[in-house]
Design a protein around this ligand. Structure first.
Ligand SMILES: [Zn+2]
Length: 169
């Protein structure tokens, strides 16, 4: 359970998240699976969730409860690892599985803070594609960096609407 400093804060109503996610100069991304906003760091390899709006202090959009997601079983995760282990490039990916079900290219870039030894470095955020057809229960996500390196990950699938008691909290 996330420990929020101020459970009673109002929801953010200034649209800072929406604006920032669209602004390529700000390393903020929207995770359409979990309905959460994140700040990217470590050249896009790391990300941290926002709980509050840095501008108005209101609560960030609520993440969807994991309760409503299918479970990624050990067997299924192993099967998918087998299925994808020989795929090393974007081209091989699209040849093997065809067009993805979703294709999220933030188009943004991130700039590291320079140090006295290293100038600031700018890198492009990875493209992320999702396949829903490779498994009956699991979505397969592929993050493709600009060196054409792939990273696979699996998530459970959203299986139902939020209950009203959940939505109201
Ligand atoms: Zn706000």
């Amino acid at each position: 359970m996330n420990k929020l400093a101020n459970q009673n804060a109002p929801d953010c109503s200034c649209n800072w998240f929406e604006r920032s996610a669209k602004d390529i100069t700000i390393p903020v991304v929207f995770d359409e699976l979990m309905n959460t906003y994140h700040i990217l760091h470590n050249e896009g390899r790391g990300r941290s969730i926002f709980y509050y709006c840095p501008f108005c202090g209101g609560k960030a959009p609520k993440s969807l409860s994991p309760t409503y997601w299918t479970e990624v079983t050990h067997e299924e995760s192993r099967r998918l690892q087998d299925l994808t282990k020989h795929i090393k490039t974007q081209e091989e990916l699209f040849t093997a599985f065809g067009p993805p079900d979703s294709d999220f290219d933030p188009g943004g870039s991130m700039t590291t803070r320079g140090t006295p030894e290293m100038p600031p470095e700018t890198t492009l955020a990875p493209r992320r594609v999702t396949y829903k057809t490779l498994s009956a229960t699991v979505d397969v996500h592929v993050s493709i960096d600009r060196y054409d390196r792939l990273r696979f990950s699996y998530t459970g699938r959203y299986i139902g609407p939020k209950k009203s008691e959940q939505a109201a909290t």
